[in-house]
Design a protein around this ligand. Sequence first.
Ligand SMILES: [Fe+2]
Length: 462
Amino acid sequence: MTTVDRPAYFDGFMAPVPDEIEAVELEVTGTLPPELTGRYFRNGPNPLPGSYPAHNFMGQGMLHGVRLENGRAGWYRNRWLRTPLLDGVRPDHVNPHGPNGVLRNNTANTSVLHHDGRILTLAENGFPTEVTGELGTVGPFDFGGMLKTAMTAHPKVDPVTGELHFFGYGVTPPFLTYHVATADSRIVHSAEIEMPAATMMHDFAITEHHVVWLDLPVVFDFELTRRPGFPYRWSEQHRPRIGVMPRHGRSQDVRWFDVQPGYTFHVGNAFEDALGRVVIDAVAYNAAGFNEVWTGVGGHPNLDTALSTAPSLGGSLYRWTLDLTTGAVSEHPLDDLPIEFPTVNDERTGLGTRYVYAVSNALPLDESRRLAVVKYDTTTGERTSHMLGQGWVPGEAEFVPAADGAGEDNGWLLSIVSHEAANTAELLVLDASDVTAGPVASVRLPRRVPWGYHGAWIADEA
Ligand SMILES: [Fe+2]
């Protein structure tokens, strides 16, 4: 692991916790919906004590878990993902397929996927790492030997068939490989997708008939590998494009659309509208917004031009509409609030959503600013929110459908919020149909949970 002097993100709301703990029978304020019986897992980097990775993305993964059962909060625990990296084995990037190759030995620090009865933790530079319901590490999962590339931390599960669409990207050709696995984890399709350069492709999208590729201007820069940190940066030279390809398609089937320069870490959802156009709702950054956030976690700034000194809004909700018949692109922001971690009702992945949930962006955290869990109605343009108290930082808000949930927003939002100064955290449960009403319940966690990335709700019956 590359180490430097203590980076800025080691203090404040991103600061790692020093150890693994457990607490049982947690204090609940309000009423936990009894139907929320299962586990909420949230992943994120948590460098081992004494190690100082130069970029927040490079810290060893730590899973935080909260057990809910019939209105009780049974336990909280946190566990490092026990990849060989944890024991000091350096990941081998030269021979990624070897026993200590990065495919098997990565931080596992980004997201959680529940699919085919397995709980997988994902980081985009390697195989998933399987864990148990008690947060114990099982080991790397490579789809029975069928996966030969890294796997994105943002695979998409078809809500109707359970089919899993995902990709791997890397810094050497093939830069992008598309995979489809069945609901029982057999990889039935893999295709290399030709790309002009190695771009940072953190997310993608599916629609009912298509796969959507984001070829955006944050590129791998070999020169940056000589310096500590993550070797990607914004490039004014890279031509930004969005690709639309039929599901189960191949490289020659991709239809590319030129778009305005912008970067997206996360897609909320994509779908086909009544006219058959592909609509993508995502959080998009301009160059200044990207650089502001990127350098805040240890990334290298834009080297093409001087960093913009203009105030930046960070990333905000943005919509692209791609017309496959005419080739026309329409794109515009849906709001100007800086947000991240867009989520939707996963039962509508690729099928169309009216509501997108998100949290206001903590990076960089302005101490006077209060952060919020927000809900967008993309039909009316309305944004509603649950404002947190000063000093509280929200994590991704995961949508869980209600047991009798018929409407798209009939369900709950789960978000771990932490207060850095008070060393405390809560799991909030909000009614997704009315976030302004405030939490229906909050579960007191034994201490703060470092700001991290993505989570998943794993219901008992699932
Ligand atoms: Fe992500």
